[in-house]
Structure formats: structure tokens, C-alpha cells
Design a protein around this ligand. Structure first.
Ligand code: DGT
Ligand code: CA
Ligand code: CA
Ligand code: ZN
Length: 595
């Protein structure tokens, strides 16, 4: 079992215990260990082989060690199972609603026996929540809105990109071991196009020449269908198998000869609309394009089939990267040689948003630095939350100044640690730290975490005020949306981007897979206005640093090039590309120094 699987069971136990009215210490102990499992580099199933090592983990005593071993041995946990029986399975969905915590969920269950999003929505519509202790009219409205969004988004049957990507990686590794008949295993479909959510996984398996007879294909298909994660087989054809994974994700696998690889990859990568356009173009040129080859209309002679590049070339198009294949102008751009040269993961030299144990992160400054250095970065900014975000133990002025000192004093050879803060943009658009502290920071990242349901005009004014603040350098997760969970804030994106362009404020492309914010279409709008982009992971553990690739893919979908992204620059140039802050002489700290 992987750490995250064990963590999921522990976290759910904690949530159920809290709903069940357990004392805080009890459920927090499960939650803390769950959080820990996400942040340690070691695998828990390896650690657990040595009981002493297991108990060296902070927060893991005799009984917690027992629980972990039970989970590793049986794949589940008896207390969780017991609690699950006590409550309907849908009760945990309620926790996904932004405005409901375990206390309120427990209250709704005990008073109304309500355990579904629909049930809560009904109560809110009937006005039955506003007079309850701890609710109120505003919170009733928020619940109504959150319930609507939950139903729209989670009912889609889609999963976030990281979920599909992790499943795909495991499958690729498994299928590659089917024997020497398999030459390559390649994810296609929406995953290859880097979409933020994935409907189903499409995998292409090519067979090695000489090992591509039907009996070889059948043997590989049989191996695939023995994959331990399969819940249900859906289809098994001559060169295709489909199945559902335990998580509910569907997988379509196609097996084909190596010589059709390019045509098949093109076909199964999509998008459908892009494929339709390519087929139309092929027809106009006297050819036909399908998943096996580009061939002549008359006689069926193969024109190209082995690689996507050859096929695009024959169609008189420059090679179009998968992320661009959405029929948003890529064909015309490819015709005219005007395709963007998309940013790549290798171009990224630093990560500009992350949290440490000072606020709600799980690792220290040094641990984040070391992990980032191992990823090959030249610099990172450590940006803990400011005081307004109390749930995240945000830092006030005094603690921020201390944190700046700690960051500058911390030494991790080979990487520069930049002192930043993720400063909250308050309701009125002011920043959550005094200017004399903002002046001391190397980088000021500003973002919204409260009053997210404001009216459009009010929210626009709030952002415009924050952007006009001369200390604001980067706006983080600008739309506040959560993938499959919460819609974007309502505001005038064009006016906000225009203001960013005017004041030299940079927009973040948040790479955290739950956010991916700005998203592709907004990134393209930003680029058109000359607004610069920073791609950051918003990491809360060292592992989260690996999310960078999803941010890069999102940026690529937004036609973003290396030159648009300032964290592709060496440190000195990166700092110079940030909006210059007002002279430090104006700051209280500087005034005190000179006095
Ligand atoms: P998804 O799964 O909803 O996230 O999105 P896709 O793009 O992966 O869609 P999917 O899985 O239905 O099909 C994968 C690719 O296969 C799709 O992007 C293009 C190709 N494809 C599938 N069915 C058709 C079809 O009926 N016509 C054409 N032209 N292409 C198709
Ligand atoms: Ca798909
Ligand atoms: Ca599919
Ligand atoms: Zn944030």
C-alpha cells in the first residue's frame, strides 16, 4: 500500500470520529498521522517492517502503530468500518461542501437525519438552517450555492489530472512487463492533452515487429486483464480491452502494430474536433486519415503512419503539441508557422509558492529547500500564509519578520531560498501585513481566502485595489476555483488582467491539481495582454513539489511560452522581473534602523 492510501483511511477515520463527537485529541491524532504520511519520503509499508522505526515517527505510539499495521495487513481499518456502518456513506460528501465542517455535519445528522447533499440543499431551500446555532442566513445561502456546485461538478464522472496520471503510470509500468512482445505503452486521450480533468484513460500499446501476431496480442491482453487494480472488465475485442479500476476510472487500451503508432496516437489523443479537422484537410489533399494510417483515397497506398510528425508534415502543418489540439486556432497557426514554442518542465528554475511548518505546511524550510534542490531548481520562495488565514496558523508582522530571518539564515547548498509570504487580500482589498513588513520581503504573493462569494463588481474592486497596492507582485490562484468542487470567484477578469499589465503584477498558474489556477483560457487572455506568468506548486509537503508538471501542462494549454514565464529566468533576472517595491526608506523598519 502506498502512503496516500493509508493516509486516506486514517483521514476518513478522523472525519468520522469528529462527526461521531470524539474528543479533539482523539481524532486529531489520526489526522496528524495522515498528514505526516503525505510528507515523509519513506514508504510506510517499508518502515512498518521494523516496529522500532514505525514508532520513531512523531505521533505514532503503540496503539497507532497497531492501527497502521492493521491497515497494511488487511487493506482496511476496523474502526473505520465500524463508523462507516453507523453513518450513511454519503455523509462524508457533506464535508466536501465548502461551508460545512464536521460539527455542522454531525448536527444536521443528529437533528434531521440528513446525510446527502440533496437533503441539505432541501433544508436550505426551505429556510430551515438559518435559525440553527452557528448557521445564519448567509451560511444558508453559501450552503445552497456549494450544494449546487457540488452536484454539477462531482456528478461529471471525471477525475483530476493527477489521479488519472498516477493510475496511468502504474498501468504503464505493469503493461510494460507483459513480455518482449510489448514495445511501448503510451497514454493518449485527454491525459496526453493535459486537460485538468479526465473522463477515461486511453492507453496505446505497440507490439514489437515479429511479435505482433494475433496470438501475441491475445497474450498481452490476457496479461493486462490480470492487473490487480481491475474492478470490472467491460470489453475485450481483437485489439482492444476496456475495464473499470476500483476507483471507478475507466481505461481503454488499444493494442496495435508498431507501424501504425503515429496514426493511432494522433487518433486517440484527440481532441475529436481536432481530428475531424485533420481528416477534412486530408480529404482535400486527396488522402484519407484513420487510426491506422494516412493513405491515398484511390488505391489506399500508405502516405504516412509511423509518427505524428510525418503525418502533420504531409498535411503541410507544423507539428502541433497535444496540449494545443483543441480547435482554438492551432491549425491556422500551424499552417502559417506561427505556433507558440511552449514552455517545458525543464525550463522551470524555481518554485514560487510553498508553505512550511510555520503555517500549514508539513516540512521545514530546509526540507523544502533540499527537496527543491534535488529537483534541480536554482531557487525557491517560501511563502507561508499571513495572519488572516487563522485556520492555517498564518503569520502576523512579528512572525513574518522572524520567518524572513530564518529563511535568509537557512543554508541549503546549491539553491537560493527566497523570503516570501502568501499575503491575504482582505475583504476591502488591503493586504494583511503592514507595509514595513511587505518592504522586507523578497517576494510578495497576494491571494484571497475569505469572502469568496462577493458580488462581481465588489470582487473586481477588491482585486483592483490589491493590484494597485505597490507591494503586490504576484496574484496567487486568482480565480479561487477548486477543480470539480468550487466555481471561480465572480469578477471582471479582463479588467483585472488589464490592471496587472499596467502595474507589472504577475499572475500565478497554480500547479496544485485541485486548483490549476489561472486555467488555460485565462492564461491565454493574460498572455495576450502581456501579463507575465509564474508557475508555482503551492506545496504543503516536499512531495507536492512534483505537481509542477501539471502547472506546466496547464500553461502549455494556454499557449504559454518560456518567455512569458518569469520563473524560467535565473534568480537575478527573476527578481528584476518582479514589480519593484517602493523604496525601503518609507518602511518603518528602515526608519527605525536609521533612527
Ligand atoms: P475524456 O476521456 O472525456 O477526458 O476525453 P478524451 O479526449 O480522452 O475522449 P475519449 O476518451 O472519448 O476519446 C479519446 C480520443 O479518441 C479522442 O480524443 C479522439 C478519439 N476518438 C474517440 N472516439 C472518436 C470518434 O468517434 N471520432 C473521432 N474522430 N475521434 C474519436
Ligand atoms: Ca479519454
Ligand atoms: Ca476513451
Ligand atoms: Zn493560497
Amino acid at each position: 500500500m502506498e502512503n496516500k492510501d493509508v493516509a486516506k483511511i486514517l483521514r476518513e477515520t478522523a472525519q468520522l470520529l469528529e462527526i461521531d463527537g470524539a474528543i479533539i485529541g482523539r481524532y486529531r491524532s489520526y489526522e496528524k498521522v495522515a498528514e505526516l504520511l503525505y510528507s515523509i519520503p519513506e514508504r510506510i509499508d517499508e518502515l512498518a517492517k521494523d516496529p522500532k522505526k514505525l514508532k520513531e515517527l512523531p505521533g505514532v505510539g503503540d496503539s497507532m502503530a497497531e492501527h497502521i499495521r492493521e491497515i497494511l495487513d488487511t487493506g482496511d481499518y476496523s474502526l473505520r468500518k465500524k463508523l462507516r456502518k453507523k453513518y450513511p456513506p454519503t455523509l462524508l460528501d457533506l464535508l466536501e461542501l465548502q461551508s460545512l465542517g464536521p460539527k455542522k455535519v454531525a448536527f444536521l445528522w443528529s437533528h434531521f437525519k440528513v446525510a446527502t447533499v440533496e437533503g441539505v440543499e432541501k433544508l436550505a431551500k426551505e429556510g430551515k438552517l438559518r435559525d440553527l446555532p452557528g448557521f445564519g442566513e448567509k451560511s444558508e445561502q453559501n450552503i445552497l450555492k456549494a450544494a449546487g456546485q457540488f452536484k454539477n461538478l462531482s456528478g461529471s464522472g471525471r477525475v483530476r489530472i493527477n489521479v488519472a496520471d498516477e493510475e496511468a503510470q502504474k498501468l504503464v509500468a505493469y503493461i510494460s512487463k507483459a513480455g518482449e512482445a510489448v514495445e511501448s505503452v503510451t497514454p493518449a486521450g485527454s491525459l496526453r492533452r493535459g486537460r485538468e480533468t479526465i473522463g477515461d484513460l486511453d492507453l496505446l500499446v505497440t507490439m514489437r515487429p515479429g511479435h505482433d501476431k494475433q496470438k501475441d496480442v491475445d497474450a498481452v491482453a490476457a496479461h493486462i486483464l490480470k492487473y490487480p487494480g481491475i474492478d470490472q472488465e467491460l470489453a475485450h475485442g481483437e485489439n482492444k480491452v476496456s475495464f473499470n479500476l476500483g476507483s471507478g476510472l475507466q481505461v481503454d487500451v488499444r493494442l496495435l502494430e508498431k507501424k501504425s503508432f503515429g496514426a493511432a496516437l494522433l487518433y486517440f489523443t484527440g481532441s475529436k474536433a481536432h481530428n475531424v479537422a485533420l481528416r477534412g484537410r486530408a480529404n482535400e489533399m486527396g488522402w484519407t486519415l484513420n487510426e491506422y494510417a494516412l493513405t491515398t483515397l484511390k488505391g489506399g497506398k500508405v502516405v504516412a503512419s509511423k509518427t505524428e510528425e510525418e503525418i502533420y508534415a504531409k498535411l503541410k502543418l507544423a507539428y502541433i503539441e497535444p496540449e494545443l489540439r483543441e480547435m482554438t486556432g492551432e491549425i491556422e497557426a500551424a499552417e502559417q508557422g506561427k505556433l507558440p514554442k511552449l514552455v517545458t518542465l525543464d525550463d522551470i528554475r524555481g518554485d514560487l509558492q510553498m508553505h512550511t511548518t510555520a503555517s500549514d505546511g508539513k516540512n521545514s524550510i530546509e526540507e523544502m529547500g533540499q527537496a527543491a534542490k534535488e529537483l534541480g531548481y536554482d531557487y525557491i520562495a517560501l511563502t507561508d500564509h499571513s495572519q488572516a488565514v487563522t485556520v492555517a496558523n498564518g503569520l502576523d508582522e512579528k512572525r513574518t519578520l522572524e520567518q524572513i530571518k530564518k529563511i535568509h539564515a537557512a543554508k541549503v547548498p546549491g539553491i537560493t531560498l527566497v523570503a516570501g509570504s502568501e499575503v491575504d487580500i482582505k475583504k476591502d482589498g488591503t493586504l494583511d501585513l503592514e507595509d514595513y513588513v511587505l518592504a522586507e520581503l523578497d517576494v510578495v504573493v497576494a491571494s484571497i481566502h475569505s469572502y469568496m462569494n462577493m458580488e462581481r463588481a465588489e470582487m473586481t474592486a477588491r482585486y483592483l485595489a490589491a493590484i494597485e497596492n505597490p507591494y503586490t507582485q504576484i496574484i496567487a490562484h486568482p480565480t479561487g476555483r477548486l477543480v470539480l468542487r468550487r466555481e471561480a470567484f465572480e469578477y471582471d477578469m479582463e479588467a483585472v488582467l488589464d490592471a496587472c499589465a499596467k502595474h507589472g503584477v504577475v499572475m500565478e498558474c497554480n500547479a496544485y491539481p485541485d486548483r490549476l489556477d489561472l486555467r488555460d483560457v485565462h492564461l491565454r487572455m493574460a498572455k495576450q495582454r502581456g501579463v507575465k506568468i509564474v508557475i508555482s506548486t503551492d506545496s504543503h509537503t516536499t512531495r507536492n513539489l512534483l505537481f509542477m508538471k501539471y502547472g506546466v501542462e496547464t500553461a502549455r494549454r494556454g499557449w504559454i511560452e518560456k518567455k512569458d514565464v518569469i520563473n524560467t529566468l535565473p534568480l537575478k533576472e527573476f527578481l528584476a522581473a518582479l514589480r519593484p517595491k517602493p523604496p525601503a526608506a518609507k518602511s518603518k523598519a528602515a526608519r527605525q534602523k536609521s533612527a
